[in-house]
Design a protein around this ligand. Structure first.
Ligand code: PEP
Ligand code: MG
Length: 938
């Protein structure tokens, strides 16, 4: 990316009029946007970009600027000075600049910006003269000192904040705009004293010295804690962004005179996607005032009356930008004396609903093709649309209403600072971060909280922007909240909210409730359905679901599932009424007893299968035979041992009570006549003893304990489970096959269109599969005889054992389909047990980059994927029309869906709520393939 010709020095600085707006990696997102806007003729204050490469070299060079950089900065500054007809650092005709950070990937609020550079005691006078506005000049000066000192000199910003607040109190004014020029002069003096006291020397006054310190501070913010936390959380790799650029730009003044303003806006509503110009502005203010939420801004539509020409110009800019970028834009602008200047444009971060709606509408407007409309969506983000929402039928009155700044519902215990939010969040508690307003250093609190609530700030305040970008519900600007920081409590009307009080918020409507409010299933919008229908036009991969109940099956079908790829039959036994029967079956001492118990389970399973087959009429239903080790269904050894002890104590108590009348008589014959145990009680006790109720129960428990101990395994997940159970207890598999085939047969007779597929888990040899096939074929004959109908079905195997991948060619002689069980296959490939890995060492592996991802969430294409490719290849050599799918958890993860497409699987199967995500991801894979953008599997 470096631009260096032979004998030429590296080019670290690009004027906005010359930089390549497509090269975000080198110029950062902000720099690239400024270059593009300049070059397409939008009004951008002149300036230049210092590249990310300069930033990286600064770090490589022990935090020293690369040679030549400052000279290039001076040269470019001279060009800007010429364009503006002003001079940087000159008192008579001063040019002030801002220095803004901007990496390749936008990280809202993560890095630093300094305004009004080039200011000192002489320049402030020149500025006042030049603009004929003394107050404005001193306001800019005090802003410069506080921002520059906080960011470039590392002085705690609270010093300046407190000094300002005290002055406002003294002068009995509410807002900073009410302070007079004299007040501001005094503030500047106080600020200088703060700098002297904390920095140990006076504020630097030389313009280029200020500029160099500011550039260093911007570079340094790239490696600051909050920026590193953000990159870790959002997995911003160095491939995506390394280093930040620094943008040096002529200052324009939103705080100059009555017709100046500053604003941030979105070309469409980022909360809903509606085609509405959306944003906030503040008259007589500079950029940081809006983001910090210091004054509550006005909606941008009010500009239509307040600054009508500028508003019309902004509407034209809005249209131009969307056409150019084919994306909704997030812009920053300043109006100086009724003249519009654009300071930033970038692709807007939107929530999922807005992303979907804008995709549909931009495609309908002809700005995007259907393919582009699909490709621009992030399938993982669509999971937001599957979030639960507040169930408003409860009609509980909210205690406050603020601005709905980031949609979604969240409940949790209130915490008043980000550190506590992080601590409680890590301890697994649900918390709501409640702040007056948030600041960039609160970011770790956002990650840990369920939602964020602020008392001040608009829909474009820091809290709102960050919450939207990470998909957390947020209510901002909730003016009814009065926070008492010292007491760590807040007052909302008559309600006192202490730390720990449970509240619920709805980031869509801005409502806040006391306590936890029930939520309801989300509804799929028409736009979402449109996108999914378009996706179906492009995708090749089928999308099935993992479902074990008719209700899940129906839900998945609503979401577009084209079949069931995995019905885990064992989950059907986990019902409170069924588990005792299943336990008796497991504990049966003889074959007859087992058969008797199995015949009690048969009708129950059959009914379940009928329900599922009906819900999926016309579509394939893949039923997996019993998989987990049997002891998973039994109580633990400790539980049974405790029962035995209780029964033993009961037996002893029975003996003792029976002797009670005699003991009493022996102690005191008179008492014997007072405390009489009536005859009935005595007789009942005697009966119980004679019957041996305690002894029988005890014997049964002991038998259970023996059985549990005999079933104990050292490594159950690698032990007696899956097909191994089917071979040792063939009656269990026979019962299941009978339930499946009878359910199907009876439905066929009712003219229901059923497509059954029977799948065997944990297979590693062809002989195992043959053995089970024989069992099923025997059952098939009996069922067909009994019902008098032919019951067609497919027979197949899961591929979740490494050996199965190696023997796929042989397995395909019997199996008509394969389904990759990538949960087990991942464990087997890594030789990691999932629970141990995730609890003990995987987080550290990820942190130290020994593994990039958690392979149980993101399919390990290089290892597990490689085995899958081998199995598909060998399987289809034996049986060219072999149907192959995936039913491990990876089946709904977008990158795995893309991989499954690229190795030509027939379908992916995932939980019902991930079906829409998989449909979209499958379409994206097909479109990328068509455009040559799909990486071929290696
Ligand atoms: C698998 O191993 O991927 C699978 C689907 O089976 P289970 O998770 O039930 O073991
Ligand atoms: Mg498995």
């Amino acid at each position: 990316m470096a631009e260096k010709g032979v004998g030429m020095e590296t080019k670290y600085v690009h004027l906005f009029s010359e930089g390549d707006g497509k090269n975000k990696k080198l110029l950062g997102g902000k720099g690239a946007g400024l270059c593009t806007m300049t070059q397409i003729g939008l009004p951008v204050p002149p300036g230049f970009v210092i590249t990310t490469q300069a930033c990286l070299e600064y770090f490589d060079n022990k935090e020293k600027f690369p040679p030549g950089l400052l000279d290039q900065v001076k040269q470019s500054m001279a060009t800007v000075e010429k364009a503006m007809g002003r001079k940087f650092g000159n008192a008579e005709n001063p040019l002030l600049v801002s220095v803004r950070s901007g990496a390749a990937v936008s990280m809202p609020g993560m890095m630093d910006t300094i305004l009004n550079l080039g200011m000192n005691d002489e320049v402030v006078l020149g500025l006042a003269k030049k603009f004929g506005d003394e107050r404005f000049a001193w306001d800019s000066y005090r802003r410069f000192i506080s921002l520059f000192s906080t960011i470039a000199l590392g002085i705690d910003g609270d010093h300046f904040h407190r000094s300002m607040e005290t002055l406002k109190k003294d002068r009995k004014v509410k807002s900073d705009t009410d302070l007079t020029t004299a007040d501001l002069k005094e503030l500047v003096n106080q600020y200088k004293l703060i700098v002297n006291g904390n920095y140990g020397k006076p504020l630097p006054t030389e313009a280029f010295e200020q500029l160099a310190l500011a550039i260093e501070a911007v570079f340094a913010s790239w490696n600051g804690k909050r920026c590193q936390d953000y990159r870790r959380e959002f997995k911003v790799s160095s491939e995506m962004a390394s280093g930040t650029a620094a943008n040096v730009q002529t200052m324009v003044f939103g705080n100059l005179g009555p017709k100046s303003a500053t604003g941030v806006a979105f070309t469409r509503d980022p909360g809903t996607g509606e085609n509405l110009f959306f944003g906030d502005y503040l008259m007589k203010a500079q950029g940081e005032d809006i983001v910090a939420g210091i004054r509550t801004p006005k909606p941008v539509a009010d500009m239509r009356n307040e600054l009508p020409e500028v508003y019309q110009q902004l509407l034209r800019v809005r249209e131009n930008l969307e056409k150019h970028y084919k994306e909704v834009q997030d812009i920053e602008f300043t109006v100086e004396e009724n003249k519009l200047y654009m300071l930033q444009t970038r692709n807007a971060k939107m929530n999922a609903a807005a992303a979907v709606r804008t995709s549909v509408e931009l495609a309908k407007q002809g700005v995007l093709t259907k393919e582009e409309a699909i490709l621009r969506l992030n399938p993982s983000q669509l999971a937001q649309l599957m979030y639960r929402q507040i169930d408003l039928k409860n009609r509980i009155t909210p205690i406050a209403v603020g601005l709905g700044a980031s949609p979604g519902a969240a409940s949790g215990a209130v915490v008043f600072d980000a550190d506590l939010a992080e601590k409680e969040g890590k301890a697994g508690k649900k918390v709501i971060l409640l702040r007056e307003q948030t600041k960039p250093e609160d970011i770790h609190g956002f990650f840990a909280a369920q939602g964020v609530l602020t008392a001040v700030g608009g829909k474009t305040s820091h809290a709102a922007v960050v919450a939207r970008s990470i998909g957390k519900p947020c209510v901002s600007g909730c003016g009814d909240i009065k926070i008492n920081d010292l007491e760590r409590s807040a007052q909302i009307g008559e309600h006192t909210i202490s730390e720990g009080t449970i509240v619920t918020l709805d980031g869509g409507t801005g409502q806040v409730w006391l306590g936890e409010i029930p939520t309801k299933e989300p509804e799929m919008s028409e736009d979402f359905n449109t996108i999914l229908a378009w996706s179906d036009e492009f995708r090749r991969l089928g999308v099935y679901t993992n479902a074990d109940t008719p209700a899940d099956a129906a839900k998945a079908r609503e979401f577009g599932a084209q079949g069931i790829g995995l019905c885990r039959t064992e989950r059907m036994f986990n019902d409170a009424k069924r588990i005792p029967i299943f336990q008796e079956m497991v504990l049966s001492s003889t074959n007859e007893e087992r058969l008797r118990n199995l015949s009690r389970l048969l009708p129950l399973q059959k009914e379940d299968f009928k329900g599922i087959l009906k819900a999926m009429e016309g579509l394939p239903v893949t039923v997996r035979l019993l998989d987990p080790p049997l002891h998973e269904f039994l109580p633990s050894e400790a539980e049974v041992e405790k029962d035995i002890q209780t029964l033993q104590k009961f037996g002893a108590a029975l003996d003792n009570i029976a002797q009670l009348p005699e003991i009493i008589k022996a102690l005191d014959p008179q008492l014997g006549s007072v405390v009489v145990m009536d005859d009935v009680t005595v007789k009942n006790l005697a009966k119980l003893r004679a019957f041996g109720i305690d002894k029988k129960a005890l014997e049964k428990k002991r038998e259970t304990l023996r059985k549990i101990r005999s079933l104990h395994e050292v490594n159950p997940m690698l032990g007696h489970r899956g097909v191994r159970l089917g071979i040792t207890y063939p009656d269990i598999y026979a019962m299941q096959a009978q339930a499946i085939l009878e359910a199907a047969g009876e439905l066929i007779k009712e003219k229901v269109d059923v497509h059954v597929e029977i799948m065997v888990p944990q297979v590693c040899t062809a002989q195992e599969l043959k053995y089970v096939q024989n069992i099923i074929q025997d059952v098939e004959k009996k069922v067909e005889e009994k019902l008098g109908v032919k019951v067609p079905y497919k027979f197949g195997t899961m591929i979740e054992v490494v050996r199965a991948c190696m023997r796929a060619g042989r397995l395909a002689e019997m199996a008509e389909f394969f389904s990759f069980g990538t949960n087990d296959l991942t464990q087997a490939t890594f030789s990691f047990s999932r629970e141990d890995a995730e609890n003990k060492f995987l987080p550290l592996y990820n942190e130290r980059r020994i593994l990039q991802d958690n392979p149980f969430e993101i399919l390990d294409v290089k290892g597990v994927g490689r085995l899958m490719m081998i199995a598909v290849d060998w399987g289809r050599r034996t049986r060219p029309d072999l149907k192959v799918g995936i039913c491990g958890e990876h089946g709904g993860e977008p990158s795995a869906v893309e991989f499954c497409h690229s190795i030509n699987l027939n379908y992916v199967s995932c939980s019902p709520y991930r079906v829409p995500i998989a449909r979209l991801a499958a379409a994206q894979a097909a479109i990328k393939e068509k455009r040559g953008l799909l990486k071929p599997p290696k």
